[in-house]
Design a protein. Structure first.
Lengths: 114, 111
């Protein structure tokens, strides 16, 4: 099993550019989520999905878009990149929600916006 | 939103010492997660617990649901235990909407 796979691992964007961070899991998990990690802030929830076709906002959703067309994939789109979106992004999945189920993380995507 | 407080933020200890990391949260939950993050970024789940105590090797996690408090203990600490340890709880307590995290405890074990 590959677990949770994120691509790309590193990316440099110019302000105003758009891009998509890819996340795929092969564990047939219903629940997937995106987090960003910034120094001194800890991890913060961006968006989450409880199943194909169902997404919702987390704590810091502005500037990001998600969709869930299949159980396996949960891409995160940056619509118009800003320097404030420089961060490390983690995708995670679990069988159901975060209660009572082990959560699995991808290896992270380091994004720099210049 | 559930608020999570971890202590200490930084901890340096000698090899062999008994380590305790604490986590408190504000909203009642059904489960709490302890995570480990090594330099280079990867995050792995150590424990998911909803009551009592769990043990895995030299790691022990306890939770007191009534007091909204959990502890992570490391016995006979080793330099390979050096990492950031993160406590996480459901964002709003219910569990279907993602996690909210403590800021982490940066642990360094010196030989």
């Amino acid at each position: 099993n590959a677990g949770v796979t994120q691509t790309p691992k590193f990316q440099v964007l110019k302000t105003g550019q758009s891009m998509t961070l890819q996340c795929a899991q092969d564990m047939n998990h219903e629940y997937m989520s995106w987090y960003r990690q910034d120094p001194g802030m800890g991890l913060r929830l961006i968006h989450y999905s409880v199943g194909a076709g169902i997404t919702d906002q987390g704590e810091v959703p502005n500037g990001y878009n998600v969709s869930r067309s299949t159980t396996e994939d949960f891409p995160l789109r940056l619509l118009s990149a800003a320097p404030s979106q420089t961060s490390v992004y983690f995708c995670a999945s679990s069988y159901m929600g975060s209660s009572g189920n082990t959560i699995y993380f991808g290896e992270g995507s380091w994004l720099t916006v210049v | 939103k559930n608020e999570v407080e971890q202590s200490p933020q930084n901890l340096t200890a000698q090899e062999g010492e008994f380590i305790t990391i604490n986590c408190s949260y504000s909203v009642g939950i059904s489960a709490l997660h302890w995570l480990q993050q090594h330099p280079g970024g990867g995050i792995v789940s150590l424990f998911m617990l909803s009551s009592g105590k769990k043990k895995h090797g030299r790691l022990i996690a306890t939770i007191n649901i009534q007091e909204k408090h959990s502890s992570l203990h490391i016995t006979a600490s080793h330099p390979r235990d050096s990492a950031v340890y993160i406590c996480a709880v459901p964002y709003s307590g219910g569990g279907a909407d993602g996690l909210t995290f403590g800021k982490g405890t940066h642990l360094i074990i010196q030989p």
